[in-house]
Write a protein that binds this ligand. Structure first.
Ligand code: F6R
Length: 357
């Protein structure tokens, strides 16, 4: 039930800190350390390459999962859009493990790949929010998101849960393999949960940004580098699906290879700046678009921020920034949709789970 909330989407965004805390609890082993099921850990450790299969928002979470498994655990990862996988089946490694990321566990495009992979006899793991869902039942293993039912068509808390569970899985695998990780993920996730809460508590600021930048905009761009690029894809998808504003997410460095031609006087450009190693470069991209008339909105993380940034979000571990940086983008989309009188929870042309291929 949405109770006193005007929309499920707002309720579900508000639940995000709680969802992360639930994940910490759900994945706590007997010794208080983060843990996953022994069979799943065995499957992850046995694989020499992971193939992540997903669609939409879950695909965007998968891109971040690739960074987690590669950077924490040193396991190579490929991320595939489920509807494309069949046409371009990659050459598989010797010991692949297929990971299906799906909030609903019912997405036909992803299931089609699962069926094919099972025929081929490779091991499979589904990461889903819905216990007993089709992709959960049909895969060898399941990791649950513990996000609670997600009713709004636009996925918010499930995305945050997917990113958090992927972090846990990569971290636990890395620890088991003796890869020297120097941070305590449990503690960092708790810090991220608090960071999200801080953003949620200052929603008014995001409502102002939405009105200022998007009330009458025809299009918008989201840019970032490194992990921020993946979050910019998700920010653009959220805006498209609920406010119907044409929006694209881009790698900051890619703009000048064509897309910058679309920048006009007043075009909103949201730039994420959470990664220290690329902060200067992405700020350079902001200057390029501003010089061509864009109306830039820099969303920077504390510690990498500068005077004049429109929004500063709380500092979190550099790998966990997507958990926090996606939240202002979700809220901006939400308020943009309200300002434009769109049906936030049930956008046109969309269904919560896409059970056709
Ligand atoms: C976007 C959204 C969709 C889903 C996609 C996959 O807000 O909800 O892009 O992420 O249809 O759905 P699942 O994760 O259920 O497989």
């Amino acid at each position: 039930e949405k109770g006193t909330y005007p929309h499920y989407m707002l309720k579900e965004m508000d639940e995000q800190p709680t969802v992360i805390r639930k994940i910490i609890q759900a994945y706590e082993g007997e010794n208080g350390e983060l843990a996953i099921d022994a069979d799943i850990l065995k499957a992850l450790r046995a694989a020499n390459r992971l193939y992540i299969i997903a669609a939409g928002t879950s695909y965007h979470a998968g891109l971040i999962g690739k960074q987690y498994f590669e950077k924490m655990a040193g396991i190579p990862v490929e991320v595939h859009i489920s509807s494309e996988f069949g046409y371009n089946m990659p050459l598989l490694s010797e010991r692949p493990l297929f990971i299906f990321i799906t909030q609903s566990g019912e997405t036909a495009d992803s299931r089609q790949v699962l069926v094919k992979i099972k025929e081929l006899g490779y091991p499979t793991l589904t990461i889903t929010n819905v216990p007993g869902s089709t992709l959960s039942r049909e895969a060898d293993h399941t990791l649950l998101l513990h996000a609670g039912p997600e009713i709004a068509v636009a996925s918010t808390k499930a995305y945050v849960a997917q990113v958090a569970v992927l972090a846990v899985a990569a971290y636990v695998t890395a620890k088991a393999n003796g890869t020297g990780l120097e941070f305590d993920l449990k503690q960092e996730l708790a810090i991220a949960a608090n960071g999200i809460q801080t953003i949620i508590d200052s929603k008014d600021v995001l409502e102002d940004i939405a009105e200022d930048y998007l009330k009458i905009a025809r299009n918008a761009f989201f840019i970032g580098r490194n992990i921020d690029f993946y979050v910019s894809l998700e920010g653009a998808l959220k805006l498209k699906e609920i406010s119907y504003i044409q929006a694209e997410g881009f790698a900051g460095g890619e703009l000048k290879h064509g897309t910058i031609a679309l920048i006009e006087e007043g075009t909103p450009v949201f730039a994420l700046v959470t990664q220290e190693d690329v902060a200067l470069n992405i700020r350079g991209n902001v200057k390029e678009v501003t010089a061509r008339g864009a109306y830039p909105c820099i969303i920077a993380m504390a510690g990498v921020d500068e005077d004049g940034d429109r929004l500063v979000i709380p500092h979190v571990h550099e790998l966990l920034t997507p958990l926090v940086s996606v939240v202002p983008l979700q809220l901006i989309s939400y308020y943009a949709a309200l300002h434009r009188r769109c049906d936030v929870d049930k956008p046109r042309n969309l269904a919560k789970s896409v059970t056709v291929e």
